[in-house]
Every structure is written in C-alpha cells, then in structure tokens.
Design a binder for this molecule. Sequence first.
Ligand code: FUB
Ligand code: ZN
Length: 668
Amino acid sequence: MPFRRRMRSLPLSSVRITDPFWSKWQDTVSGTTLLHIHKQLEETGRLENFRKVVRGESGTHKGLKFDDSDVYKWLEACAYSLAIRPNHEVGKAAREAIDLIAQAQEADGYINTFFQLNYPQYKWANLSAMHEMYCIGHLIEACVAMAQYHSDEALLNVGIKAADHVLSIFGPEGRLGFCGHEEIELAFIKLSNITGDPKYRERARWMVDMRGQRPSPFETELDTGATNALAPWLAGFMNADGKYSGEYAQDHAPVREHDKVVGHAVRAMYLYIAAADLADGQNDQALEDALTRAWTNLTKRRMYVTGGIGPSGSNEGFTTDYDLPNLSSYAETCAAIGLFLWGHAMLEQTGEGDYADVMELALYNGLLSGISLSGDRFFYANPHESHGTHQRVPWFTCACCPPNIARVLANLGSYALGAYGFEERGLGVPPKRHTGVSPVDSDIHDRDGHGTHGRDAHSTSDKTVWIHLPIAMQAEVAPGLKIEIVGDYPRSGEVEVKVDPTEGMEFVVKVRIPLWCGNVEVEGLDEEADYDGNYILIRRRWKPGDTFRVNFDVQPKWVRCNPKVAANLGRVALMRGPVVYCLQSGAEDRTPLLAKVNTDTEIAERPSQSFNGSVMLSAPGFRDADWEDEELYLDSEPESESAEFEFIPYYAWCNPGPNTMAVWVRER
Ligand code: FUB
Ligand code: ZN
C-alpha cells in the first residue's frame, strides 16, 4: 500500500490527557524533570558554554562536542510541557535559554559552542563525528515547538537562520555533505511544515538520498587534520576489515538498498523517521520497500520484548539477528524513543496499526524504563536482567536521554490520536509564512477525493479520527468536534468513547485493536462495528454525545521467545496488555535468577497504587536453593522450594535503589 499521509497528529493544545497514569508522568515532567535537567545544564556548564560565546571567550568550552543538543532538547520539552502545564519557573528558565541561544548565534547563522569556543578553525571539517548538523537539527526542533505552541517567532528565526546557513553550504549546488548522526533531516521536514517553505524538506530529501552513495564524504574525511585532532578513533567506527564501511552511520548503502538495521541505533531510527515522511505521496516503491524491510528486520529479529533496541554498547547499536542478551543489553533510552517516533512516522504514512503496536510497546516499557518514578533519575542503557549492580543516576556525561524522554512524555498527547480530512484551523499551528504551497496543505487537498488508497472498508477520502492509544483524554479534533475517552487503559480494558460533534456529522472513527489483545468487544452502537485490518471501524453520522464502549482483553499472558535467542532458552516473560513485567528482589537476593515459574496455573492480579498506578501480578513456581559456596558442580537435582512470585512492571524496576531483576525467567 503506497505511503501517503493518512492522518495528522493533533497538536498538544487540542488534547488534554486525563488518564491518571500519564497525567501523573506529565505532572512529574513539569514539576520535577524539567527543573532537574535545567539544574544539570547549569551545573555541568552546558548553558555557561553559550554565555562564554556571548562574552567572546576562546578555548574554554566545557563538556562534549554535542552538549548544546541537550539544551535544545530540554527547550523542546519545555515548549510541550508549558503548552499543557504552565509553570513559571520552567517558563523563566526557558526564556533565558532562548535569549542566550539567540545571542550566541553568529551573524551567518552558525551556532555550536564547542567549535565557536575551542575549534573555530575546524567548523564543518568533519561531518561524520562532529555532530554540528545534529545539534542544529535539535535546535530547529526546539524552535518549531516554541513557534507552534508559544508563537515564538524570534526563536523560530534563530532556527531558520541556522537552517539557511546549512543550506548555503551543503546541497546539490554546493558541498556534498550530511551529518554522521542523522537528525537534521527530520528537523528540516518539521521546519518546512511550519514555515510552508518546501526548501528544507527538499534538502532533507537530498541528504537522505546521498547517504550511502559513493564516494562517501565520510570516507574522505577519515584522515584529515581535523579528524586526527578531534576524532582520532573515528576509523575504528567507520571501517570494517580495514576498509571503509560506513555501517555505523548508515552510510554503507543507499537507503533504498537497506534490508536490515545496522550501526548506531539512534542514528538509524532518526534516518528512517525522515525517510518515512519523505516517502509520503512519492510512489517511491524502492524507498517504501526498504523501510518496510528494515522495520521487519528490526521488529522480528532485533527488538527486545520491551521495545528496547540496539543490544551492543560498543557501537551503541545493532549487531546480528537474534542477538538479544539480557544482562548486557544496551537498549539506550534514546533508541527506544527513536523506535517510537519511527513507528509513528510509519503509522501516519500507512495507517497500519502494527506500527502503533510497537509504539505502544516501546512507550510502556523500553522507553519509560529510562526515567525513575521520581522523574530525576535515569537509565541510559536499559538492562533486561540485573545482578544488583545497575542504578539509575541523576545525569550522564553524555546526557542525550534525559531531555529526550522529557520531550516525548510532555508531547504524548500528540501521538495518541490521528485525524484526517478535518479542518485544521484553530489547532495551534501558527500561520505559514511562505507563499508557496505548504506540504501540509498539499497533502490534505491532493488526497481528498482520490479514494484509491483505502483498505477493505475504508477509503482515505473519509474524514477519520484514529484512536491509536485509547488512554483517557479530552480532545478537540477540529472546530466543532470533540472526543472524550474515559477509562484507565490498560490497567482496565474497559474504555468509553464519547464522540461529540456540535451538530450531526458523518465521519469514521477507527480504534486500534492491539496485537496483544485476543478478544475485543464493542458495545453501545445501534449497528455492528466493521473491522479494517487491526482497527475497529465505525462509520456513521455522529450526533452530539454519541457514546460507545470498547472492552479490550488485558488478561496477563506468558510470552515465549524464538529459540534462536540463546539468552531466553527455556524462559518466559510476562505481559499484561502492552506492559512487560519483571521479577525483582533486593540487590543481594537472587530470587529472580533462581525462580522457575509454573506457567500452567492462573496468574493472579492485584490492582495497586504503586509505580504510578499499576497492576501487580503473581504466579506460583519454585525457587532453587543457593548452594554451599564450596560446591561448584553437583550430580544431583538441586533443592528447590515452592514459592509465589510477584511481578512488577518492567518500567518501574530499580526504584529507588539497585535490585536483582529478570525479565525472562525460567519456566518450570
Ligand atoms: O551522539 C549523540 C547521542 O549521544 C546519540 O544519539 C546517543 O547514542 C549518544 O551517543
Ligand atoms: Zn540517549
């Protein structure tokens, strides 16, 4: 099915999450996380680097070369959070940072405090390792968010100036170059969407298309003065068997030839997010096929049961099929975030609920595990087993994950629903400034009335509201159309949907049936619901206050793993709805490793207020006894005693201190 935009997210300003679980997280981000991150940005010198530039200092940069991006991601998170939770302190800190960034930008649009302070002679001298475009990409995302939700034209102009600076150097008429760490491509697309100027999107397309071609700009820079001075280790990442490979930065082959995910996981995700959006309406079969192949390879062979991805710390990324070690799993929080965002981009282009399934999986597990319940401690790598040595920490030298998770949680409302064919006016998007045709407008108008991309029961010419994540919320889909969802999904599978147009209106409502849900019931409609792929499809003339209920079967299930994953042989994992569970004990107590669960008996459920509201699960089994320390081998059956094991949600493990933990436990 051709990639064509089948829906738009609703802006945050139109969605109010009332779900107790997620609104608690959004309170935490607003009240704790953003201020905590701001403190770290100050204490670690990240904000001071901008001040140093403003003061005209030289040689005094502190931190990593891409530390500016932490400031930008935090600012983006502030833009979202302030749109839904006004907070004076956060607003003041964000305002000061915006002023600082604007002052630090050079007249030609360049901005990167590492190079401005320490290495002005090496600006743009190394693209594969130095992250200059990556940082500008995050700056642009922050600018777009601030413009969208706070009408901050001044900051948007900073982003535009930086983007235009990049465009003035790199492009088909200029220098062949793109960033080793993808990011600017997806940011350029957002910038085109908000300004209405297609040139940024087209430059993103060029960057995505040129990546992986030969000669590679990365190969030629491997042995230069700048590289030897700043990244002497680079060849170790970019070469394989003594030759240039480029896999680490997805530069091994043109994107249309990709058949599996390789290299650095976050980089790969950010590339594919942009590529999915660029495929929109192009009838570019080769690109669509490549994206589908890469997605299939990732989700069927290289993804943890939690939606964590990228098992290896040495390249912060992918290795081989079925290599999913538990104890050493890297599964960077940012990589799960990237998967969530790529899933969203694929969902918007295909309307296929499988992508939302993976988004949901990553969200409730591998992504959420990256932040403590208190909101001020983080995991960078997310293990799937621990022997009591892992610990969440307040910050990292390389601190990409904390602001990244803050921006996703604050922006959650915009991922929960999709809308197609409704008027967009008044939904918080500022007027487009460019006189050319906006990609946003052209999408909608070109496709209305085509009606050729539909599936069995549904044409994309229908006005449609998509419910991807049926958490409790109140949303204004369009002027004159509200949707309210009531319930406590997925703690409870019972969800009530109130569709509330101000006057009768015909359109389709599609509710995703999650992959994990064996049975779903729809009640309250006069007519039978249709089914379209993994969506319930209700097409009717809706009247004010029409209400229907969906009952998702959330009963817990044991999950087994393909035996090619050696680490999970003879083991099972426990899921309830989209939530993956784990066994945890005190750091010194090895019960999770010694447990053997009995999967034939019923799993007991106990609603609990712990962990921001969850359901605790317990199952019976046996616990092997620890042996005498002197014994290493025995030729008899080890002793074991019967036990009841209580499982907690994986996202909540290691709060507050170190624990022994296992996601995959032995099956009796
Ligand atoms: O390189 C920038 C970010 O820092 C990456 O996305 C993370 O993997 C970490 O290396
Ligand atoms: Zn990260």
